[in-house]
Ligand binder design. Sequence first.
Ligand SMILES: [Zn+2]
Length: 251
Amino acid sequence: MSKTAFLIIDVQYDFLPPSGSLAVPDGEAILPVIHDLLDQSKWDWSVIVASQDYHPQNHISFASNHSPHKPFEKMTLTDARGTSYEQALWPDHCIQDTRGTQLEAKLVEDLKTWGDKVKLARKGTHEKLEAYSAFEGYITSFQTPDEPTFEQTSADPGKTVLPKQSPLTIYLREKGIEKVVIVGLATDFCVLQTALSAISASFDTLVLGPGIRGISPEDTHKAMQRIESLGGTVVDKGKENWTDIVKQWMK
Ligand SMILES: [Zn+2]
């Protein structure tokens, strides 16, 4: 059996109804699915990585830092690498030291049962870099995470790091991982970009429909098509026998 990592993307209060500042519609529906996937009597993950959007208050993606622009507008910005790009502006979310950035409490309890098989991937810590993919984050202890360093918050970030050379890829390769199963929020942004990075880093990649939700139905559909067209495996949201499908795929 090849080694599989379980990647749980951004299951944080600010992305969850009812009170998240950037709540993903129906986002709470993924919680029982993830709970099941963390049941050690049913699943045997070699590694689990939970990603955490972890922004400073002055983050480049916040509409509040580009007044008079409003959340969900798009605007052209230049990031810390001097790259010009189109940013979707967001409401303030997942700010360090707020409840909104915390992982959902039951998920935290479930993750604790896996001990040091669990790592945290913190991303979006640099004030002038957007980071949707978990492969753009730094890897740290889940139980006692490191705060971001100066390099990870405001220094010149240097060249773009390709997914193949990213901290998460290096960690997964060290652990002999060949396959990744991805769940979390939101399908059309951080789940999509994490899946694209995983495929680009040559991991066999499965995105589990019942364990993800998106912001826009149209973009969510496009995201799934894109993942499949690049060689990823997508399990449809409606598949009731997803457990069997995933177990078969992991063999
Ligand atoms: Zn963010």
